[in-house]
Design a protein. Structure first.
Lengths: 501, 402, 362
């Protein structure tokens, strides 16, 4: 039983504009065990003190001690400075060895700095504080991406620390016009976010719209990617992803250079890119690493896989239930033979196998890595084989479902793969209800749905639709790198933003 | 508004998942395991206007093929009865490869069968149509069913092979219907059963062999073509891949394979625009595949003799096929169409109707044959009646001597 | 962002192309062969210039019209508020009926080809429900749907036609001489009838963006439509012959039933029939959208979506009531509907546009 009333009075709000004082700050963080406050003698003089405040865990203790306390207490440095204001100026001027120092005279920003890994020196008399960035170096190191396999590319994936991510981008896109605009999102978590774009190149309308949507997020905090994705996309009810999310810094930068805006959120090891179109979700950075002919063939294979994963089970159901005339005679005979001892109707067989496939997949994801892989493999082999031997399902169904499943796994983007898996179920239901007519109906509705999606004003299905039939080859094939690459016309990029000023 | 539309749509689809008649397509649903795959259908006359229909089907690869038969006043009724098969199975006709009709029925009319194939949505127009001679179609199918090879495979195998070797052609329902509609007549392949001798068994296995073409007029068989006439028809219609022909020469027999037979028609019109004559030029290309006896095929004179013999045989066949059509007053070779394509305006301006001209039309058939090659062997092997011994014998003798 | 419902001329052309595949397969090749016999496969060559002339005329008539002016507005401007409304309402009523006819025609085709034991109501209900859903949306969504599906349709048509090539017999297509020109011209009428139906889409012309420098985009699509008409007629006539092609209800699908793709995949009529159903969906949705657009213009309403549901309901009633059985429906399909379409789309609509143009109303 939860104690406390649901509508208990809210704690006193931090007055954003309240004056700075140590007492006020300590009152704000009252009850927080990790909030530390101590007096520091300026220039070693016990009569002149400043209050040092920080949040333990967010700051580097050694940096605080060496970079802030030590120079501040040095009589040789501050011994003769009597005026608090002069001390403040010296601090801001570099007398302590910290590369970021800010003056704060409002309580709100001061508290915000503490939460961002700063320590604060509060001068009550001057009603001013100086904050120093002494963030703890504890962070996950840059490693290879875990969710997006890299065969022939950079292996520096994004981490949870936004600054590291922006650094990775800066190293790849050395362009003075690369802008990183910061935001604070979430009413209670105040999560740092950044909008990344190339000024003069990225379409201003997209940038402005992205900024507007980020500022419009009304969530309590941005701790998961869905908060960003569902709040800023045009059609949050569609299961199809409409912004690209990636762990890979090379993919992120490639998309920036194509005219997209990027978004980082502190705490999420992902970079988001908008607008996202269907054809973008079919591409992998390896397409630009291998030969263009091979890359083109693999891209076409992926599109074929989309049709296979969506339509194979539904097609099988429709044909086996209603349109047996389509099955060649020999195959028909072996299918009749195979199904002779199967007790379930075709529809149930297919749905059971699809569900089993999904369950195995979920189990494989949830379990720890070594066990999960083993469970998936064993489950697939044993369950599939046993089911066939026990005549619970026929071998053809196992083959069809496995083919559809494997085709689904070729999707470069997991969100797209998940959306296709969901649509696969709906198509199977349509096939059960109405045969090939049902498949055609459901496919038409799905196509209509995709045709209606837009991502930041760009048609989701461009260049297949809404692009005047041009640049279709861009989606399906990769041209040689020796050929001048045109920018994506639907992103309406500008002519500027070159690396050289 | 859109929500209401979505709900209506969902309801519409959901309703179609129920068993409500009229709102579902479940009446088209078949369980695969209950299907009896019919590959051959036979129809025989029962006398007195009725028909006897039998189907030959399999339930699966390993299961035994079965034959079922029913009678009825019409093909449709009899087929309907066949749907009530024993063992709860459901026959589907969409995989039917051949429709066999008994000779008696064919003499009465084949229209009903063709109509059933055309109208019934399960059946296909590319179903081969055959007439069974010297017996009923049902008996032939029953006889074939007893063999190791399924009857349907035997029939399908014959269909593939006879076109390949130029012994005949399985006209499809579409071709027959189209020909009947356009020309009022058509050709249909005939087959008959032959008993193959088997060692240590009283009765041999029944096999299938082609039995020439039947000529159908106004939906009923009116005549059968002889082997020579059938060959002529095959050549003129181009329904072959190759045809082996035996040529009798003095002291030898040569077998050639004709792989190309081009026909050129030249209609001859008089000043009034009447069609007086039709010249048929046959160009043949053949390859020597067998030489029996003392014939040196590398000799140009021998080859010329072969070519002449081949020409005579083939032109004779074409002549016979055309003459038979004239006797029957049936243009089953669609010579009118060929002449029309050759001289469309003159044909359109002919004062007399084709049906009146054709039976009395003078048809000259000329031909030219070329022996193209004899494959690997250039000289005939010196086996008999020559003084020189076999080189191996010479070698063995020389070794013995040493 | 992206909330305006405007399309380009190309998108409208693609929408028209995909939509007109639906009536094309109903009319061809039987109607063309009935008039032109063996020469029907060449009738497309005569229909194309007529179709091009009609398209050219509509371009000329709309040249100086404001971009937002659709045909309904043009009728009001050209004929006056009363006569214009009468014309618009007449078109709306006819198209409402035509929508039901499309649904019924598709259902009958499904029953005749791949669902022999089915019932028309289920197909009609589902089709109208889907069309209602899509017609309530934006024009640009429907046109993009057509753009996406067009390559798939094209691929299926190409595969089917090429696979039917081995069965084509020259004897069914030749000879054709200059004397057949008159018959060919008659045979061109059904094909022109199909092309003329593109005139209904002028009611959506107010949604089309017309940048000044843009080259005309409609003619390539007209040629493509003519090419498909030619292919369907050529291959069906070449395979079945004159008499069979005329006697069969769905001659093209009979041909499809007997083809083998690469000698391996056979009996694919279920796939082809249901792929063609997609064109019926799009045409039906477009027609409902057009009807709603007309009513919006006539009543001065702000949104057209409110008119879609009642129109769909009336179309549904028409689909069920138009004919009691397939025989009666065939009469509508062979004679009445093509005749009215020709009169309305090829005569009345151009006449109305010409009147407005001559009176310098636009």
């Amino acid at each position: 039983m939860l104690r406390g009333k649901a509508n208990a009075p809210a704690p006193p709000e931090i007055g954003e504009d309240a004056a700075v004082s140590a007492a006020a700050l300590e009152a704000v963080f009252q009850g927080c065990y990790d909030f530390e406050a101590r007096d520091v003698n300026i220039g070693g003089d016990t009569q002149r003190k400043a209050r040092l405040c920080f949040i333990d865990g967010l700051v580097s203790g050694s940096d605080v001690a060496q970079q802030v306390i030590r120079p501040l207490t040095d009589p040789g440095r501050f011994g003769d400075v009597r005026d608090g204001g002069a001390v403040i100026e010296m601090l801001l001027g570099g007398s302590v060895y910290v590369y970021t120092a800010k003056r704060r005279d409002k309580l709100g920003p001061l508290a915000g700095d503490l939460l961002n890994g700063f320590c604060a020196l509060i001068f009550d008399k001057e009603r001013t504080a100086v904050t120093f960035e002494v963030k703890s170096p504890q962070r996950r190191s840059v490693d290879a991406p875990k969710e997006e396999k890299v065969i022939k590319g950079a292996k520096d994936a994004f981490v949870e620390t936004m600054k590291v991510n922006t650094t990775l981008v800066r190293r790849k896109v050395r362009n003075p016009h690369l802008k990183i605009k910061s935001f604070n999102l979430g009413r209670r978590a105040d999560t740092a976010a950044a909008l990344v774009y190339i000024e003069g190149f990225t379409n201003e309308g997209i940038v402005a719209e992205a900024a507007r949507r980020l500022e419009g997020i009304r969530a309590e905090g941005v701790l998961t990617s869905a908060v960003i994705e569902e709040n800023i996309v045009d059609n949050p009810r569609s299961p199809f992803p409409q912004i690209i999310s990636t762990e890979r810094s090379d993919k992120f930068c490639m998309n920036l250079l194509e005219g997209r805006v990027g978004i980082f959120v502190d705490g999420l090891p992902l970079g988001f890119l908008a607008p996202g179109t269907f054809s973008q979700f079919m591409k992998v950075p390896e397409d630009h690493a291998g030969h263009f002919i091979v890359a083109s063939a693999l891209t076409l294979l992926r599109y074929m896989a989309v049709f296979l994963t969506l339509l194979a089970p539904a097609f099988y159901v429709a044909v086996a239930m209603y349109h047996q005339e389509m099955i060649p005679t020999r195959l028909m005979q072996s299918m009749i033979e195979a199904r002779a001892s199967v007790p379930f109707p075709t529809a149930l067989e297919v749905i059971l196998m699809l569900l089993a496939f999904e369950l195995l997949q979920e189990a494989g994801i949830r379990l720890p890595s070594p066990i999960g892989e083993t469970v998936s493999i064993i489950g697939a082999l044993i369950v599939g084989q046993s089911a066939v031997e026990a005549s619970v399902v026929s071998p053809v169904v196992v083959v069809v479902i496995a083919l559809a499943g494997i085709a689904g796994y070729t999707m470069p983007n997991q969100d797209m793969g998940s959306a296709l898996r969901l649509c696969r179920f709906l198509l199977v239901l349509a096939a059960i209800a109405l045969g090939m007519f049902g498949v055609a109906t459901a496919s038409a509705i799905l196509t209509w749905h995709l045709a209606g999606l837009e991502s930041f004003g760009v048609p989701y299905m461009s260049p297949f639709a809404g692009s005047e039939g041009r640049h279709l080859s861009r989606a399906l094939l990769r041209r040689s790198m020796t050929v001048k690459r045109d920018r994506e016309p639907e992103l309406k990029t500008g002519g500027g933003g070159e690396a050289k000023l | 508004m859109k929500k209401a539309v979505c709900v209506c749509l969902a309801l519409a689809v959901a309703l179609s998942l129920t068993g409500c008649s009229g709102l579902t397509i479940f009446s088209n649903y078949r369980r695969l395991e209950n299907i009896e795959l019919v590959r051959t259908v036979t129809v025989d006359s029962q006398g007195g206007g009725g028909v006897n229909v039998s189907v030959y089907g399999t339930a699966g690869e390993q299961s035994e093929a079965r034959m079922y038969e029913r009678s009825g006043p019409s093909v449709g009724v009899a087929m309907g009865k066949l749907l009530l098969m024993p063992l709860g199975r459901e026959a589907i006709l969409s995989h039917t490869e051949a429709l066999l009709m008994g000779e008696e029925l064919a003499k009465e009319s084949i229209r009903e069968c063709l109509d059933y194939v055309e109208r019934f949505s399960e059946m296909r127009l590319d179903t081969g149509v055959l007439i069974v001679r010297d017996g009923t179609a049902r008996d032939l199918l029953a006889g074939l069913s007893g063999a190791d090879t399924p009857a349907s495979d035997t029939i399908a195998g014959l269909g593939r092979n006879i076109a390949r070797v130029g012994e005949g052609y399985f006209f499809t329902a579409r071709e027959i219907a189209s020909s009947l509609a356009d020309n009022g007549c058509a050709l249909v392949q005939c087959v008959r059963g032959v008993e193959e001798e088997k060692l240590f068994e009283e009765r041999g296995e029944l096999n299938l062999e082609p039995a020439g073409f039947a000529v159908v007029r106004e939906g009923a068989v009116c005549a059968y073509l002889t082997d020579q006439e059938t060959l002529g028809a095959i050549l003129l219609l181009g329904k072959y891949k190759s045809r082996n022909v035996d040529l009798a020469l003095p002291g030898a027999a040569v077998t050639v394979s004709v792989d190309l037979a081009q026909t050129e028609l030249e209609p001859v019109f008089d000043r009034e625009g009447r069609l007086t004559r039709l010249r048929v030029r046959l160009s043949l290309r053949a390859n020597v595949i067998n030489v029996a006896g003392m014939a040196d095929i590398t000799d140009e004179a021998v080859r010329r003799t072969c070519e002449e013999a081949l020409t005579e045989q083939m032109t004779g066949a074409v002549r016979a096929a055309v003459r038979r059509g004239q006797e029957l007053a049936l243009d089953y070779l669609d010579l009118e169409g060929a002449i029309r394509r050759k001289a469309p305006l003159k044909t359109a301006d002919m004062p007399d109707a084709w049906q009146d001209i054709f039976p009395l039309l003078a048809v000259d058939v000329e031909g030219k044959s070329v022996l193209a090659r004899t494959y690997d062997i250039a000289d005939p092997p010196e086996l008999f009646g020559k003084e020189d011994k076999n080189p191996w014998e010479k070698l063995i003798e020389s070794l013995k001597g040493s | 962002m992206g909330k305006t419902d405007r399309i380009t001329e190309r998108q409208l052309s693609v929408l028209i192309f995909v939509s007109l595949l639906s009536p094309m397969i109903r009319i061809l090749p039987a109607s063309a062969v009935l008039f032109a016999g063996r020469a029907a496969w060449l009738s497309t060559a005569l229909a194309l210039p007529a179709g091009a002339a009609l398209v050219g005329f509509t371009r000329w008539a709309r040249k100086n019209a404001p971009e937002e002016m659709g045909l309904a507005d043009m009728a009001l401007a050209g004929l006056g508020p009363v006569a214009g409304r009468v014309f618009d309402i007449l078109c709306a009523l006819w198209l409402t009926f035509y929508g039901g006819f499309i649904a019924r025609s598709a259902a009958e085709r499904l029953l005749a080809t791949v669902y022999p034991n089915g019932n028309t109501p289920v197909f009609i209900v589902v089709m109208l429900a889907v069309a209602l859903f899509t017609a309530s949306g934006l024009t640009k969504t429907l046109s993009r749907t057509a753009e996406i599906l067009m390559p798939i349709l094209g691929a299926v048509i190409a595969v089917v036609l090429l696979s039917a090539l081995p069965d084509v017999s020259a004897g069914n297509l030749l000879p054709v001489t200059y004397r057949d020109l008159k018959a060919m011209a008659y045979g061109a009428l059904p094909i022109f009838d199909v092309m003329a139906a593109s005139g209904y889409f002028l009611f959506l012309a107010g949604r089309v963006r017309r940048p000044k420098a843009q080259k005309p985009n409609a003619f390539p699509w007209l040629i493509l439509l003519a090419a498909v008409a030619f292919g369907v007629t050529f291959f069906t006539l070449g395979t079945l012959g004159e008499k069979l092609a005329v006697s069969m209800e769905n001659a093209f699908f009979m041909v499809v039933r007997n083809i083998k793709v690469l000698g391996v995949v056979e009996r694919m009529e279920a796939v082809v029939v249901t792929v063609w159903i997609v064109t019926d969906f799009i045409f039906l949705a477009a027609v409902l959208m057009i009807v709603a657009e007309i009513w919006r213009t006539v009543t001065g309403a702000k949104k057209r979506a409110v008119f879609v549901a009642p129109s769909a309901a009336l179309s549904g009633a028409a689909a069920f009531l138009v004919a009691g059985n397939a025989f009666a429906f065939q009469r509508w399909s062979d004679f009445i509907v093509p005749a009215v379409n020709l009169l309305l789309a090829a005569v009345l609509i151009p006449a109305v546009m010409a009147v407005g143009k001559l009176r310098r109303r636009y």
